[in-house]
Write a protein that binds this ligand. Structure first.
Ligand code: NAD
Ligand code: TDX
Length: 333
């Protein structure tokens, strides 16, 4: 596992991965297109210890060259935001489907180990309050262009594993939170809205439930899968910490010293999945994964502190993001 290629390493989860994994591997090369979601500042603490290549996973010849010089790929690069996919699905197909296809073809040529990062959204929605959870065997049933593109990429990885015998693993993680998350996503959007005097916007009735997993716990799981995961297998990753959007919003407001009802309900996201919840027993029993952030409210408080302390990191993106939401509300697709 000497030479590691991290795609999407300038984004939220990828940058946290690179920062935590830099001492584990001989050489890390980050390949990132620096879309609106990527930011080289996310890699500043390790800039001298890694190689950074600005480039697109949809560029097959670049991918071929880099994969030919690597032992392991950790594939985070993706268009990652559901609301954006509703407005313009095309980049999601290009990056998430065609980009993954390019990586797979290069992996096949050079016999390189691949870990593919995916999401629990590929399974669609669970009903509220039933206690049911997604497992590694749950049927795929994606709702949004984003989740359909991630489902497609998972299917490609499985097919290349079965047909060509590539050495690949897949993980499907629940919703992440923590430092460096783009302000378009629920938790950083709400925090930065309150910090800039805006009222958080909650879609529908706020009853939708997500399972909040700290980004460090996600990345610990990825490292375990890289070290000891069974080739060809899929692992679900999730903290078990389920909260409704209304609960998350009220907690953020409380932690920021605001009245718990200082938010607005806005029209719902089309195709809005009601609930996600994973059963991560396989990861916990076979690879001994133990999440460290077992108290969501305290992880959220740490995250609020990070955003308070890093206003220059998010200020410009906040203005652009809110202008984009105002011009193209996902609720009016
Ligand atoms: P992000 O949007 O913050 O980062 C994505 C990164 O990929 C950015 O740096 C961007 O510049 C880069 N990128 C986009 N298109 C590219 C291309 N064509 N070529 C090269 N680089 C490109 O996303 P994230 O939240 O860090 O998600 C990372 C991965 O984890 C994604 O595959 C996502 O589907 C998955 N995931 C995310 C979550 C979550 O809650 N955020 C949960 C489960 C799984
Ligand atoms: O302003 C908002 N108000 C609101 O009510 C935003 C941005 C979101 N929401 C709701 C929609 C969801 O029910 O909050 C929930 C979380 O929304 P997002 O942060 O957009 O995340 P989600 O759609 O659940 O997808 C996330 O988790 C799985 C990531 O963006 C994906 O990349 C990951 O695969």
């Amino acid at each position: 596992m000497d030479r590691v290629l991290v795609t999407g390493g300038a984004g939220f989860i990828g940058a946290n991965f690179v920062q935590s994994a830099v001492s584990t591997y001989g050489r890390i090369t980050v390949l990132d297109a620096l879309t609106y979601a990527g930011d080289v500042r996310n890699l500043a603490p390790v800039a001298d210890d890694i190689e950074f290549v600005e480039g697109d996973i949809a560029d097959a010849s670049l991918v071929d060259r880099l994969v030919g010089q690597t032992d392991v790929i950790v594939h985070f690069a993706a268009e990652s935001h559901v609301d954006n996919s509703l407005g313009d699905p095309a980049p999601f197909i290009r990056t998430n489907v065609v980009g993954t296809f390019n990586l797979l073809e290069a992996v096949r040529r050079y016999d390189v180990r691949l870990h593919h990062i995916s999401t629990d959204e590929v399974f669609g929605a669970l009903p509220l309050d039933t206690g049911t959870r997604f497992t590694e065997e749950t049927r795929y049933d994606p709702s949004s262009p984003y989740s359909a593109s991630k489902a497609s990429s998972d299917h490609l990885v499985r097919a290349w594993t079965r047909s060509y015998g590539i050495a690949a693993t897949i993980s499907n993680c629940a919703n992440n939170y923590g430092p460096y998350q783009h302000v378009e996503k629920l938790i950083p959007r709400h925090i930065t809205s309150v910090l800039t005097g805006r009222r958080p916007k909650v879609y529908g009735a706020g009853a939708n439930v997500r399972e909040w997993t700290h980004v460090d716990d996600h990345n610990t799981a990825v490292q375990l899968i890289l070290q000891s995961g069974r080739l060809g297998d899929t692992y679900l990753i999730g903290s078990g910490q389920e909260r409704s959007n209304k609960q998350v919003t009220e907690t953020i407001l409380r932690l920021l010293g605001q009245p718990a009802d200082a938010y607005d309900l806005v029209p719902d996201r089309p195709g809005h999945d009601l609930r996600y919840a994973t059963d991560s027993t396989k990861l916990r029993t076979e690879l001994a994964w133990t999440p460290q952030y077992n108290d969501f409210e305290s992880g959220l408080a740490d995250t609020i502190t990070w955003y308070r302390d890093h206003e220059p990191w998010w200020q410009a993106a906040k203005a652009t993001t809110e202008a984009r939401y105002a011009a193209n509300p996902p609720t009016a697709v």
